[in-house]
Design a protein around this ligand. Structure first.
Ligand SMILES: NC(=O)c1ccc[n+]([C@@H]2O[C@H](COP(=O)([O-])OP(=O)(O)OC[C@H]3O[C@@H](n4cnc5c(N)ncnc54)[C@H](OP(=O)(O)O)[C@@H]3O)[C@@H](O)[C@H]2O)c1
Length: 312
């Protein structure tokens, strides 16, 4: 049965944001809350409570759901709680993501970066999609690092996604010849897989809109700080800001928040679009644009999650 977004006051609508406790997600929570209640989905209950309070002090509405996006058991429980909330959910922003300098494993023993950025994001979307009203917007925060031809990424010695298969990625195995910088192959591959999935979802599900956003090189967020000495993280951030060719792609959490909010609240039913940091359509890597690759990623991910007992 089809569900439609009622044409009520914006306050009756809610938007889900994963990873709202820092960086781009946090800035977007404040910006998007001008259009409805925000369902804050994060892994840290204390941070979520503090954010919820900060938003309420500004007269914005938010509710918190604790969810570790790297863990399919946690996702399954959180999805049930989200579905039970008394809101019309107009959009889902899949923003939570990590970049690790040293690979770790999740609760199931899978590569933590791949579990967070691809498998968990994919699983949460699959669990929620049937419960979203017609025309709801689902946005994935991607990364241009997935593209081996992307100029700033090339300058930094990044080699794009290094996909072998979903099973190999789960085990933290990447195609040979990747980046020297630790963690980049896992990050680029996970982002390539979720971008490809977003484009496949857009083709197979005409009831909802599925789009992706490259937020630009955004300094001052926690990205890359996972398990890293704060000094190393600060130096990496400074390095990104001083290399001139990057300025064209530079953003801030606040600018990204405005871009994401514009796309999320757009009513023109655009789907299958990959937007840049200025909300203009952009091209992903050749591989991520290939429908055969997109369908393979979706089929292998669904098969893997089903084998592991994830119920859609
Ligand atoms: N910054 C950039 O230049 C850039 C460029 C391209 C794409 N991106 C993408 O933009 C998104 C936001 O990144 P950011 O730069 O804003 O980084 P950030 O400040 O580190 O924010 C990441 C958010 O994700 C949450 N998160 C991480 N792992 C999680 C998990 N297992 N379960 C639930 N939440 C989890 C974090 O929660 P905690 O607060 O608990 O850590 C935090 O709220 C990411 O998907 C990133 O890949 C960023």
């Amino acid at each position: 049965m089809s569900k439609e977004i009622p044409n009520n006051s914006p306050k009756d609508n809610a938007y889900i944001i994963t990873g709202p406790t820092s960086g781009i997600g946090r800035a977007t929570a404040f910006e998007l809350a001008k259009h409805g209640t925000i369902i804050l989905v994060g892994r840290n209950a204390t941070k979520l409570k503090a954010l919820e309070e900060a938003m309420k002090q500004k007269g914005l509405k938010a509710v918190s759901i604790v969810c570790d996006v790297s863990d399919i058991t946690s996702i399954q429980e959180a999805a049930k709680k989200i579905i039970a909330l008394p809101f019309v959910i107009s959009g889902l922003l899949n923003n939570a993501g990590i970049m690790q300098q040293q690979a770790t494993k999740n609760a199931q023993g899978w590569d933590m970066t791949f579990a967070t950025n691809h498998l968990g994001t994919f699983a949460l979307t699959e669990a929620l999609a049937p419960h979203l009203p017609d025309g709801a917007n689902v946005i994935f925060i991607a990364s241009a690092i997935e593209d081996p031809e992307r100029k700033p990424a090339k300058i930094m010695g990044m080699k794009g996604g290094r996909f072998i298969s979903i099973e190999a990625s789960v085990q933290g195995k990447w195609k040979a010849g990747g980046a020297k910088l630790a963690g980049i192959d896992a990050y680029a591959t996970s982002k390539q897989c979720i971008l490809a999935s977003a484009m496949a979802f857009a083709r197979e599900n005409i009831r909802l809109q599925f789009n992706a956003v490259e937020p630009g090189i955004t300094r001052g967020t926690g990205l890359g700080a996972e398990g890293v000495n704060p000094l190393v993280h600060a130096i990496f951030g400074r390095l990104m800001s001083v290399i001139p060719p990057f300025s064209k792609y530079a953003s801030t959490p606040e600018k990204s928040a405005k871009t994401i909010t514009t796309i999320m609240t757009d009513k023109s039913n655009k789907t299958g679009v990959y937007f840049d940091e200025k909300a203009k359509p952009m091209l992903g890597s050749e591989l991520s644009r290939d429908p055969k690759f997109q369908d393979r990623v979706v089929a292998e991910t669904r098969a893997f999650l089903a084998k592991e007992g994830f119920r859609f």
